[in-house]
Design a protein around this ligand. Structure first.
Ligand code: ADP
Ligand code: MG
Length: 327
């Protein structure tokens, strides 16, 4: 029996469609339009009040940053550089004008900081809830684009950034827990790894990449499926931030659960040719100052195997899904 799921919709829309040979459509972090050696990268994300954010949890400036950076993260995940933004707003009459003005001011500032141009959008009334719909356009040299499908057996699986902070922050906010502000900020105002993504794009040793918007467990499944390889993920190596480790008492779930199935971290999950790993990691640390962690390896055998202390680890955690479908 057919059931509503995000995947059902994506599969339905992408089946039986033929695109011109220079356009790559549904299936990656962005669509790609090739023009000679230069490519345009195009992506869209929706933020819905009380589905993705609550007005009372953070400031309008934090919401503006999040709305922009969740889109920029997809461009970074392709190895590209963001160029322009279209901002769609659907506004309920209940939204205070001061809030909206602060949001708009911060949005323009964030665009300036990220060096992207706000080139258009659309504005409507919303019968319920504040809705933000952003289209981001980026660019990349054709040879620098990293797809989810490029990983091969024995490639090393790596993560940039910490895992689980944003989900922990959300749980703390939802449970009215005081303190732990860095975790709450990770959820409220994430930072896309824009320069890091563009740098990784230029590295031939990097074979596949995506951003961790839905948690490592689901995002790694997507990378593996697109590349038609399996993966072994070592739970012990997952990079937990000092803030997350310190907050474990206050959290209703373990930090490992946050790291595995918690979304919205916007780290970069990528695969590297094993022989090039050492040089790549050294070069990365000369340019940047965020955690670069080896968390697993890609395998010929399809499927995702989780290991803890070299023993199999059963993941009983249920990742978030919009329509409560099995993942
Ligand atoms: P991401 O988390 O990187 O933003 P998603 O998981 O949201 O990616 O989407 C996966 C792929 O499906 C993307 O290529 C996206 O463009 C496409 N997609 C999602 N929803 C729709 C839709 N309603 N119509 C067309 N394509 C969609
Ligand atoms: Mg993505």
């Amino acid at each position: 029996m057919k059931k509503l799921s995000e995947q059902y919709i994506i599969d339905y829309l992408s089946s039986d469609t033929t695109l011109p040979s220079n356009i790559i459509g549904i299936g990656d972090d962005t669509a790609v339009i090739e023009r000679d050696t230069n490519c345009e990268l195009i992506t869209k994300d929706l933020l819905i009040e009380d589905q993705h954010f609550r007005l009372r949890y953070g400031s309008p400036a934090q919401l503006a940053r999040k709305a922009l950076h969740v889109n920029l993260s997809d461009i970074a995940a392709m190895g590209g550089t963001p160029l322009a933004i279209l901002l769609g707003l659907s506004i309920p009459l209940t939204l205070p004008l001061d809030y909206l003005t602060s949001f708009l001011t911060a949005f323009k500032e964030e665009c300036n900081k990220a060096n992207v141009h706000l080139i258009g959008g659309d504005t409507t009334h919303s019968p319920q809830g504040f809705i933000i719909s952003i289209t981001a356009i980026g660019q990349a040299d054709k040879t620098h684009i990293k797809y989810r499908s490029g990983a091969t057996e024995k490639n090393v699986l790596c993560l940039l950034g910490y895992a689980g902070d944003a989900h922990a922050g959300l749980l703390l906010l939802e449970n009215n827990q005081p303190d732990c502000q860095p975790l709450k900020d990770a959820f409220l105002a994430p930072t896309a790894l824009i320069e890091e993504g563009a740098w990784l794009g230029k590295q031939t040793a990097v074979t596949a990449m995506l951003d961790t918007s839905d948690g490592i467990y689901l995002d790694l499944k997507r990378l593996s499926a697109a590349s038609q390889v399996g993966a072994i993920l070592n739970i012990d190596t997952l990079p937990l931030s000092p803030s997350l480790s310190q907050a474990s008492e206050a959290l209703p779930v373990s930090p490992i659960e946050c790291a595995l199935i918690g979304g919205e971290d916007y780290g970069l999950l990528f695969t590297v040719q094993a022989t090039e790993l050492k040089a790549l990691k050294e070069s990365f640390s000369r340019h940047f100052n965020i955690p670069f962690t080896v968390i697993g390896v890609m395998t010929q055998q399809p499927g995702l195997v989780l290991q803890q202390n070299n023993k199999p680890f059963e993941c009983h955690y249920q990742p978030f899904s919009h329509f409560h479908e099995e993942q």
